[in-house]
Design a protein around this ligand. Sequence first.
Ligand code: FES
Length: 107
Amino acid sequence: MPTITYILKDGSARSIDARTGASVMETAIHHNVRGIDAECGGSCSCATCHVYVADDFIDRLPPPDDMEDELLDGVASERLPGSRLSCQLTVTPELDGLTVRVPETQV
Ligand code: FES
């Protein structure tokens, strides 16, 4: 199982064995990772699943589509190069070791 590490607002880290095919958001919700709210349930319409992907994984992910890109312009915390909506990131074996940081605020 690929391991995804979430860096929480307080700086602590949680590493979770993720199910292939689940999204990074779903993995967080199922394991009670604080700070990923996912109010729309993964339909790419709320932007409360915003995360910052670690630099070394940015280019290993498929780029955001137009809808995700548009929503990222309206996230509550600053948009950075690693900003992604975690509901749009599907866990694959190649993402083993992915680290994402939870932003300061989602609302
Ligand atoms: S869960 Fe709403 S946009 Fe990702």
